[in-house]
Design a protein around this ligand. Structure first.
Ligand code: AHR
Length: 508
């Protein structure tokens, strides 16, 4: 068996984990909203038509905040379509995903659902085809107490109390030509600045998230952020970036090592923030908002070349026709291998806890999601549900600056230690939790904690198995799940080959 050592010293801290680290995302896309979280008439639906089985699974995931309503969807969305009597709401072509939007679920339903589910809403405004005044009106509708057209309309629509939405995204992926109303960095800067101004005039307490760049393949990558932050650094609170990881035939160990690419992605975003701050001699705290991250294998998207990504007109979704209501699209099936990779990505998020202040797993229900719902049945927890739930349960406190000594392997990122750990110290519970990926395809690894010898291993949960392609299905829902492994009360744990583990240490 191979061996490795993790050196931990409680005095060396990377940063505290933000309570918003385990947020998520629900877009009006496919079956995320309709038949996902909202399905009047379903046996598990409550009086509002919200599926209580889905809400229970979300609570179980301990998701603190959910971004809504998009995504690419938001850039064609008029939020006013989704308020008022349901029978009068317009049925529209939804251009971003070639679907039909019935508008039976809108901002009031989302805020009500969020309150019932116990999550904080995070709302994106349309800065593609929408106006800056529409953005201001939406803040007024949600947050102004009463006595004006928009706030009284909210009361008339059933919510006299304001929603007090605190987190607002200034558009979505505005750097991409696939985005409706895509803008150059200069034009986005002007529009976002004016929208921010109006939105803050309405409610000075809101937190604003500016669109940064997300896609390394774009020529504007990071240059977009530099141009935009030059004007917006002091006007916004967070910089958004997105990162999806795809298994595109690069080989198992290369795919498992995707945490390294996410680490670089986050660090590059931080570098551009620091560059702008350095030029301005500013000590402004600007958190990174990684408001879309996940494994996404494009199982139903036909891409002839990467150029197709730049234009949705040549971007074919094979799982449904055009112009359907709640089409079953982007319903990725996640394997054990995908779940291990998600676990690795979560380790990179934690290791960057000093910069990442909000992170949203994209998405949450049915669409590239850990939770699947059957329209005529119950729910299924996909393989990726489990590493996410484990970190959202145990990953609270301070991330420690550790050192690892381990054999290495060669992957597309160079010589890489076979284990990738992160240690989190929780002062409240007194626990030291170590999340660790073992990328070795052949060998278990005996990992020993050093430096804090007063701790003892109290619990070892692991995700592993011989069949990396295994998935959970409605007939076999527990094929991929966390499993308990024996502990001997010492400092070491045996990490199965190709596994993701959560090791809980307690003071002896
Ligand atoms: O999450 C799916 C899509 O991915 C979102 O709509 C968009 O923001 C991103 O490109």
């Amino acid at each position: 068996m191979k061996t490795a050592e993790l050196y931990v010293n409680k005095r060396y801290v990377i940063g505290d984990i933000s309570p918003m680290m385990y947020s998520s995302f629900i877009e009006h896309l496919g079956r995320a909203v309709y038949t996902g979280i909202y399905q009047p008439g379903h046996p598990a639906a409550d009086a509002d038509g919200f599926r209580t089985d889905t809400a229970d699974a979300i609570r179980d995931l301990r998701v603190p905040m959910i971004r809504y309503p998009g995504g690419n969807f938001v850039s064609c969305y008029d939020w006013k379509d989704g308020i008022g009597p349901k029978e009068q709401r317009p049925r529209r072509l939804e251009y971003a995903w070639s679907s039909i939007e019935t508008n039976q679920f809108g901002i009031d339903e989302f805020c009500r659902w969020a309150r019932k589910t116990g999550v904080e809403p995070m709302i994106a405004v349309n800065l593609g085809t929408g106006s800056i005044l529409d953005a201001g009106h939406l803040v007024e509708y949600c947050n102004h107490p009463s006595g004006t057209y928009w706030s009284d309309l909210r009361a008339k629509n059933g919510s006299p109390e304001p929603y007090r939405v605190k987190y607002w995204c200034l558009g979505n992926e505005m750097e991409g030509s696939w985005q409706a109303g895509h803008l150059s960095a200069e034009d986005y800067t002007k529009k976002a600045l004016e929208a921010a101004k109006i939105m803050r005039w309405v409610d000075p307490d809101i937190k604003l998230i500016a669109c940064g760049s997300s896609y390394e393949m774009l020529p504007t990558y990071l240059e977009w952020d530099r141009i935009m932050l030059d004007q917006l650094l002091n006007q916004v609170d967070y910089l958004s970036t997105h990162s999806y990881t795809m298994n595109a035939g690069q080989g198992t160990t290369n795919f498992l090592a995707a945490y390294k690419a996410l680490d670089t992605h986050i660090k590059n975003t931080r570098r551009v923030i620091d560059y702008v701050k350095a030029r301005k001699n500013s000590d402004k705290e600007l958190g990174i908002c990684l408001d879309e991250w996940n494994v996404w294998n494009f199982q139903d998207i036909e891409l002839k070349s990467l150029d197709d990504l730049l234009s949705l007109t040549t971007f074919k979704i094979t799982s449904a026709g055009r112009w359907e209501v709640a089409p079953p699209i982007l319903q990725e099936k996640y394997s054990l291998l995908d779940a291990l990779t998600v676990g690795g990505l979560a380790i990179s998020l934690l290791k960057n806890a000093d910069s990442v202040k909000i992170a949203c797993l994209a998405q949450l229900v049915n669409v590239i999601a850990p939770i699947t719902t059957a329209p005529d049945g119950g729910i299924l927890r996909q393989a990726t549900y489990y590493p996410f739930r484990t970190v959202s349960e145990l990953g609270h406190g301070a991330v420690l600056d550790t050192r690892v000594t381990a054999p290495t392997y060669a992957c597309q990122f160079g010589e890489t230690p076979i284990v990738e750990p992160v240690a989190v110290l929780n002062d409240e519970t007194g626990e030291l939790n170590v999340f660790v990926l073992n990328c070795d395809p052949d060998s278990d690894v005996r990992l020993t904690l050093t430096g804090e010898e007063t701790y003892r291993l109290a619990r070892h949960q692991a995700l592993y198995g011989n069949d990396l392609t295994a998935i959970n299905t409605f007939s076999q829902p527990d094929r991929v799940t966390m499993r308990e492994l024996p502990v001997d009360g010492g400092l070491a744990a045996t990490l199965p080959r190709m596994s993701w583990s959560a090791l809980t240490y307690r003071k002896a």
